[in-house]
Structures are given as structure tokens and as C-alpha cells.
Ligand binder design. Structure first.
Ligand SMILES: Nc1ncnc2c1ncn2[C@@H]1O[C@H](COP(=O)(O)OP(=O)(O)OP(=O)(O)O)[C@@H](O)[C@H]1O
Ligand SMILES: Nc1ncnc2c1ncn2[C@@H]1O[C@H](COP(=O)(O)OP(=O)(O)OP(=O)(O)O)[C@@H](O)[C@H]1O
Ligand SMILES: [Mg+2]
Ligand SMILES: [Mg+2]
Lengths: 256, 256
């Protein structure tokens, strides 16, 4: 039985892509079969995995085929990088938002595409764009659970509440089994009072839903992305590797 | 003659909202009449200006009226905060992306709405969402120039090139006068090698288009947003106030 997890929040720069690739790498290192899906037209996950962002076919072509009623098997746009399978994205995906508007069952295209993949992988991790549009709705509809990364600051906390409202709507109308796996604080700096204050506000409001692990600010995470590798391959002893390893362990514990 | 400036890049967390409110405040302090427009469904600019994010009528209602062929005068959804006029946003705006798809002239709705406002204000500053969708296209079509904020890291630099391609398309098909006012490095830390390296890569590629001022990382900028005020009202002696003041001066010099 596979677990499909979306990494989502509409606030930009929350650490969605960084969390997607490094969580996936942790799970791979634990011997799990992992599939990454890049659902952001920016193609940052594709780039972080070391692929060119205009690689084809990609998830845009999957949506096009499915929208036209054609078949798109899982390996139609499957690539391999960092010992993990990935369905890449490209800038073309920005067109899907508009192209899918009038397609019947448009919210369930990704769910349909991943039906086969669920039999092959232990985990499917979906990186979402910074928006609550058709792409993120497709991801949430296809998912069993959601991880919500956010910086412990004012604007991200404000945005999180709106995100929860939109997620509720998806749960009610499209995917009743969708659950919040947890909130992950990223770029955390223990010395910043605002980080501490927002962290305790979040814990007061959501209790155990907030992951105990906080991802500390660590430039190695950005350097790994530049090299196109995950943090464990780039610098096993970095804070980033330690934090994402602890986080990965918490994720596995929550799914037992 | 007024200057309409979009603050845009699809990379999330680049400092678009922080730049919009603080550039506008600098221009206000120089005696200019300024209008802020929040074109992001997250409504971060609305929140940073101290307004509630569900305030109505807002830009969503403007688009709805214009799409229905009705009139929407400038003061239809005008509020005042921090001694500046602002057209706020709300979560409803996320629906506009889909609602505008089949509307004739959908890319020019904001341009149409701001025609009157150009006579009243010296500057109109538009905060864009982290996406290259219908909302950002409306902003670029309505604008004279664009300021592109980005962190000096790998993913933002990669994303910037795609953004420039999309901007070219808008210039060719919708707004031939659109110009890049410049690239602004945000959350800059002189000690980080990656920041220095990306900064010199950007200067090599775009020369004088890169603003000399770099906005240093400064928690006061986030604290000001929490209080709903601009950095000059919050902490006049902070690095954030100094940097946005120097930046504002550079903007005025480029427009002489
Ligand atoms: N813990 C961290 N420490 C330092 N840098 C980080 C950390 N997490 C992410 N980053 C950097 O911050 C930037 C934003 O992170 P990332 O791109 O993962 O966020 P995102 O939510 O996916 O952004 P978007 O909204 O654009 O999709 C990137 O340049 C990334 O390298
Ligand atoms: N120079 C800075 N120093 C410290 N924090 C900053 C700075 N600039 C912005 N921030 C903070 O970083 C976060 C992201 O900035 P901001 O929201 O302005 O970016 P954005 O590009 O508008 O994001 P989005 O893509 O979600 O619209 C905010 O919490 C903001 O307070
Ligand atoms: Mg991302
Ligand atoms: Mg913003």
C-alpha cells in the first residue's frame, strides 16, 4: 500500500521543493521505493534533482493526453535521478491551469495518472506550486496526506489559515480521506524571537500536528540544489541532513 | 504623468510584497502620491498595510464588474492605510484565474481600471502573486515598468530566466512599452558565498540593470509587516529602512 503525500502551501518560498527532494531521499535511504512528482511550472524540483527544466515528455504532456481522453501510463514521462524516479515539470505546465478549466473531471487527472503508480511505489511525493489553483487541487485530490512547510513568520502564518480553509473544501468535495500529516517549520533560527513566538503560536493552535523537528537555516540545502543532488548525497554531516533525517523519521512514525 | 510599476517574479518568497510596501512608503515620504494594488490572492500586501484580508469590495470585485462589462471607477475598492491609497485583495481573487479565461480582453482589465488612476497618482505599485498566470499578465499589461526582486540563490536565478522569457511574450503581444526597471537582490548576506557568487553572475549578465542597493536580511522588515506598517514608520534607523531608502532613491534616478 503506497502513501501519496503532497507538499503544499500557497505562501512562496516556504521550503516546499527543498522538503520534497530531501524527504524523498531520506525515504530512499531507508530502502523505500519513491516517486517524485513536480507539479510546479517553475520546475524547481526537476532542477533540484539535476534534470534540465525543459525535459520532455513531462507532467504537462501527461495532463494533455489525459484531458484528450488518451492513455498515459506511469512510465510515459518517467525519468531517473539521484536513485529516484521523477515525473518532471516544465514552464508549459503554466498553460494547464487555463487548458484544464473546461475539461470534465479536471480535478482528478493526477489521481487517475497515479492509480497505477500506487502499486509500484511505497511513497509518492508531490511538490506543489505556490498557489491554490488547479494544479494544487489536482495534487490534493490525488493525495492521502499533506505536509505543510512554513517559515515561522507573520505572513506565512496568516497564509496558512487560508490554505487550511481551501484544503477543507477539497476534502469535502473531492477527497474525503485527505489528512494533514503535519506542519513543518523551515529556515528556523532559534535566536529570532519572531521564530520562537510563531512556533509557540502554531503549537498552541495545532498541538501534535506540528512536527517536533524544525529545519534550521542551512546554506548547504541551497548548495545541494545547485549541484542537483539531495542533502544526504551532498553533505551527510550538515545541519540540513540531520534535520531532514529527523524529520523523515517523524514522518515514518506518523504513518505506522 | 504617472509611472505604473509591477513588482513581479514567479519564484515564491522573493520579497515582492516587502518591496512593494516599502518602495511605496519611500515615495510617499518624498511627497509623491502613491497607489498600491494587491494582485495576489494571498492578500499579503493588504495584510502588510494593516488591513483585514477579507475587506470588501476589493480587486476581485473590480475584475468581476469589468468582466461583466460594468463600470468600476478607481474609488470603487479604494482604502487608505499608512497614508497611502490601496486597492486590497482577498482569497476570492484565486477564482479570477478561472473566471477570466473566456472573457474577451481578459488581459487588459487592470489596464482599463487604472486608466483613470494614472491621472491622480504619481506612482502606482502592483504586488504580483508567485505565478505567471492571468493575474501577473494583467499587471504586466497595465505597467510601464517591472522591478524583479530575487534572492541571490540557485533556484531564484534559474527561475528568473524563465520569467524574462514570459515577460518578452507580454511585451510582444500585449504591452510594447513594458521595460525592466531593474533586478533587486533581497535577503542579501554579504558573508554567504552563494549570495556573492550569484550577485556577480547577475551583474555580468544584466550589467546596470541590477540595482546597486542590496536589501540585507533584516528581521525588522518582517516585524513591520506584523504591525501592518511600513519599515520607515516601524524603525527608521533599521538596515531595512536604510536599504529601502537607498533603493527608492535609485528608482527615482532611473525614472528621471
Ligand atoms: N532550511 C533552509 N535553509 C536555507 N535555505 C533554505 C532552506 N530551505 C529552503 N532554502 C532555500 O530557500 C529558497 C526557497 O526554498 P524552496 O524553493 O524550497 O521553497 P518553495 O516553497 O518550494 O518555493 P516556491 O514557493 O517558489 O515553490 C531556496 O533558494 C532554497 O534553497
Ligand atoms: N530583507 C529581508 N530580510 C528579512 N526578511 C525578509 C526580507 N524581505 C522579506 N522578508 C520576509 O521574507 C518572507 C517573504 O517575503 P515576501 O512575502 O515579501 O516575498 P514575496 O515574494 O512577496 O512572497 P510570495 O511569493 O509568497 O508573494 C516574509 O515573511 C518577509 O517578511
Ligand atoms: Mg517550490
Ligand atoms: Mg507576496
Amino acid at each position: 500500500k503506497s502513501e501519496v503525500i503532497s507538499i503544499a502551501i500557497q505562501k512562496g518560498g516556504s521550503g516546499k521543493t527543498t522538503t520534497a527532494i530531501n524527504l524523498a531521499a531520506y525515504l530512499r535511504n531507508q530502502g523505500k521505493k519513491v516517486l517524485l512528482v513536480d507539479l510546479d511550472p517553475q520546475a524547481n524540483l526537476t532542477q533540484s534533482a539535476g534534470l534540465q527544466e525543459e525535459v520532455e515528455p513531462n507532467i504537462y504532456h501527461v495532463f494533455k493526453r489525459l484531458a484528450a481522453g488518451q492513455d498515459a501510463p506511469v512510465d510515459f514521462s518517467l525519468f531517473r535521478s539521484n536513485d529516484m524516479d521523477i515525473i518532471p515539470s516544465s514552464l508549459d505546465l503554466a498553460m494547464s491551469e487555463m487548458e484544464l478549466v473546461s475539461i470534465f473531471g479536471r480535478e482528478k487527472l493526477l489521481q487517475q495518472h497515479l492509480r497505477e503508480a500506487r502499486k509500484k511505489y511505497d511513497f509518492i511525493i508531490i511538490d506543489c506550486p505556490p498557489a491554490m489553483g488547479m494544479l494544487t487541487i489536482n495534487a490534493l485530490t490525488a493525495s492521502d496526506s499533506v505536509i505543510i512547510p512554513l517559515q515561522a513568520e507573520f505572513l506565512p502564518l496568516k497564509g496558512m489559515r487560508n490554505f487550511m480553509k481551501s484544503m477543507e473544501t477539497v476534502r469535502k468535495n473531492l477527497n474525503p480521506k485527505l489528512k494533514v500529516l503535519g506542519f513543518l517549520l523551515t529556515k528556523f533560527d532559534q535566536r529570532k524571537i519572531m521564530n520562537q513566538r510563531v512556533a509557540s503560536q502554531l503549537s498552541r493552535q495545532y498541538g501534535d500536528k506540528v512536527f517536533k523537528t524544525r529545519i534550521r537555516t542551512n546554506i548547504a540545502l541551497a548548495q545541494a540544489q545547485e549541484k542537483g543532488v539531495d542533502i544526504f548525497s551532498f553533505s551527510r554531516r550538515s545541519n540540513g541532513a540531520e534535520d531532514y533525517s529527523n524529520f523523515g523519521e517523524e514522518v515514518l512514525n506518523r504513518l505506522r
